[in-house]
Design a protein around this ligand. Sequence first.
Ligand code: NDP
Length: 286
Amino acid sequence: MTAKILDGKNLAEKIKNEIKEVVSGLRNEGIIPGLAVVIVGNDPASRTYVNSKRKDCAEVGIESFEYALDESTSEEELLELIAKLNKDPKVSGILVQLPLPKHINEDAVIFAIDPAKDADCFHPVNVGKLMIGKHEFLPCTPAGVMELIKESGIEVAGKECVVVGRSNIVGKPQSMLLLSQNGTVTICHSKTKNLEEVCKRADILVAAVGRPEFIKGSYIKPGAVVIDVGINRLENKKLVGDVEFSSASEVAGAITPVPGGVGPMTRAMLLVNTIKAAKLQNGRSV
Ligand code: NDP
């Protein structure tokens, strides 16, 4: 079997075109969505992500405001900036690029963002709303994964869904989203026994492990939908996912590539959240 490729790049372009229309409509009503992106220090990967976010905003007509702060910025200074952005009416959404330098408490920073401007959907208020199904925002990567699953044509309801990874930004919210669509969800982590067997039960398998090519073809049920969240840079500079694509694509029914799968969808979902924030702040429903 050769799997259908779930092309995240293509789907993200489609979504961006829809966003462009929405932004144009909002601008006609005098609402200009704006995203503030805060980066602290000189981490090259973070810099690349921030540049992409600025480019994405420009493409769809969202204003972007970049705050590039020195590595030595104190937690207090960063919190002061957040407080200022929380009050700025031009700023609909705020994103603080992670990771932050070690001397800054990431939780303190995330908790300081106004939940109504929480473009990443990391604030506990928004995480809680997701838990009880009363959310406005969705976390970008898990939301992008749900769009890719929709694209595969498979109905989540009643399916065995296995999520490998339980981080706060991917694994846990991913599991909640699959549950909210009535999947039967199993969450795996580093202490899970018989991981291969558990994965093999999955009609929908989401890998968010952070280990290059960790999930092999032998872990996959024939015909399953396989979503690879992982982004790992090998020593030879090649980018690979958490799934061994060559063996997995022989067994899966549909699979995301890396690059070109979940990554572009995560970026598109950030734009969706920014628009939602702009609408909410202007008394519109989302
Ligand atoms: P974390 O390191 O926070 O979490 C990794 C998870 O994998 C943990 O829950 C860990 O378990 C689990 N794990 C580690 N080793 C094993 C193992 N041997 N067997 C089973 N489970 C294991 O990573 P993130 O969730 O932040 O990211 C996961 C991957 O996704 C990374 O490659 C990251 O780069 C990528 N990523 C991609 C994005 C995109 O846009 N495409 C966005 C965000 C992340 P335990 O909890 O027990 O330690």
